[in-house]
Design a protein. Structure first.
Length: 352
């Protein structure tokens, strides 16, 4: 049985005068991240992991700042696992704008000394990836074996593939898509719901304790849409007990997550469409969806694979057979770990 990675910790890197795609410059942009394994002397054995919209960069091991819970992809990462830390140096990066340690709406705006709030710059997925590139440069990483991530992390994986095509050998976008249609409409719907909280105050809620009531209800809806009921059914066969457990999870998340991060990261997807740049991709690609995912259903597969093939991308597809929907990639790791291991094998062999 492969060993657990044990205790891991948050690390932080601050970029000074970070230029954005829209021409603005952020005086400082901090990224939180975790690392597992050891970077080779030539800086070419790294894997970058990118996380989902409301999730965190805690992918493996046990981080005290996360209550010591195992990481979201703990079954895939570690000694002897599909992403083998005996050979690979893994960087799990938080997103710029996220609430898990990186610069976000609750962070201090150097110009005012107060939280950024709704004044946080309009970043894009390309900016999020550019900040990660600066982090990797700082760590001495010269080349990536692969970039992998679920959901919004898959957006980032696709963006990495087209923005830095010579930087990696493999790309693994999971329960995701290469474009974000209807992003403006989804942002409008998000803002409309946040405005139902009496503490929202146009996003200036920091002296009101945050818009926690609406965040909790939104999180319950999100978890149910992602497939949490199937995931908890075994532990909580009684429906009332299961509902209570879901609410507890949602309340805990709402206490930690800043509502403005939802807005910042949703806005960042406006215009996100990597399909038109598929011809830039040089890496091999493993596209993974889940049979019961309602957010990114398997019906996306034929179109995406056709577009990849038309662009000459060496791509393969795998579908996780699970009832756990959008959340399946972590808890159901055993169902796709062999495919991921097989995908990584020739990439790791090239390390010598």
């Amino acid at each position: 049985m492969p060993a657990d990675l044990g205790t891991v910790e948050d690390r932080f890197y601050t970029i000074r005068n970070f230029p954005l795609q829209n021409g603005r410059v952020m005086p400082e942009a901090t990224l939180a991240y975790e690392t597992y394994g050891r970077l080779a002397d030539d800086g070419r054995n790294a894997v970058l992991l990118t996380h989902g919209y409301t999730g965190s960069h805690h992918f493996a091991g046990r981080n005290p700042s996360n209550g010591g819970q195992p990481g979201s992809w703990d079954g895939l990462i570690g000694s002897g696992k599909a992403i083998d830390t005996d050979r690979l140096f893994v960087v799990a990066s938080n997103m710029l704008g996220s609430s898990w340690g990186s610069t976000n709406g609750a962070s201090r705006n150097p110009a005012t000394g107060k939280p950024w709030g709704p004044d946080f710059p309009a970043i894009t997925v390309r900016d999020i990836v550019a900040a990660q590139k600066a982090l990797l440069d700082h760590l001495g990483i010269r080349h990536l074996v692969a970039v992998a991530g679920p959901s919004y992390g898959g957006y980032q994986a696709f963006q990495w593939a087209v923005a830095y095509p010579d930087m990696m050998d493999g790309v693994v976008p999971v329960v995701t898509a290469p474009r974000a249609p209807n992003a403006e409409q989804r942002l409008a719907e998000l803002l409309a719901r946040l405005e139902t909280d009496p503490d929202w105050n146009g996003g200036w809620y920091y002296d009101r304790g945050g818009a926690k009531r609406v965040l909790t209800e939104m999180r319950i809806d999100t978890l149910k849409g992602y497939g949490i009921e199937a995931q908890l059914a075994g532990r909580y066969p009684d429906r009332a007990a299961r509902e209570a457990a879901i609410r507890a999870l949602a309340e805990n998340w709402a206490r930690q997550f800043d509502a403005n991060s939802l807005v910042i990261l949703r806005r960042a997807t406006i215009g996100f469409d990597t399909v038109r740049e598929f011809g830039r991709i040089r890496a091999k690609l493993l596209y993974v969806l889940c049979r019961t995912d309602k957010l990114f259903p398997p019906s996306l597969m034929p179109g995406v694979m056709r577009e990849l093939a038309a662009a000459g991308v060496d791509a393969r597809y795998f579908e996780i057979d699970s009832e756990q929907g959008h959340l399946a990639s972590g808890p159901e790791h055993a169902k796709w770990s062999p495919v991921l291991r097989d995908f990584f094998a020739p990439l790791v062999a090239n390390l010598g």
